[in-house]
Write a protein that binds this ligand. Structure first.
Ligand SMILES: [Zn+2]
Length: 100
């Protein structure tokens, strides 16, 4: 079965390229969230601000999470591969990254 030994790393590379701006956005939001919560605690602002902040972060994070899950799928079996993706798909075992 030669077709099963096909390399998927160029396909996976394309997926990661699409994911990159989103992961930067996620990181940016995370830092913004930290700064805002520090500000709220430092100036002892009304806890309602923290609730608003938490709520808006949640609204932004949920679609981002879906995008992340979408692009962290195996190009072969289309299953989510988890957070730490190695050189091979943990589910179907196809090569998704160049080992050279
Ligand atoms: Zn797979």
């Amino acid at each position: 079965m030669r077709s099963n030994e096909k390399d998927f790393f160029s396909e996976f590379q394309q997926q990661l390229k699409k994911l990159r701006p989103w992961s930067f956005l996620m990181l940016f939001l995370f830092v913004a969230f930290l700064i805002f919560s520090i500000l709220i605690f430092t100036f002892e602002l009304d806890p309602i601000y923290l609730q608003i902040l938490g709520g808006s972060i949640l609204i932004i994070f949920i679609p981002l999470l879906f995008i992340y899950i979408k692009y962290s799928r195996c190009p072969n079996c289309k299953k989510f591969m988890g957070r730490d993706v190695g050189n091979f798909c943990p589910i179907c075992g196809v090569k998704i990254r160049s080992t050279e």
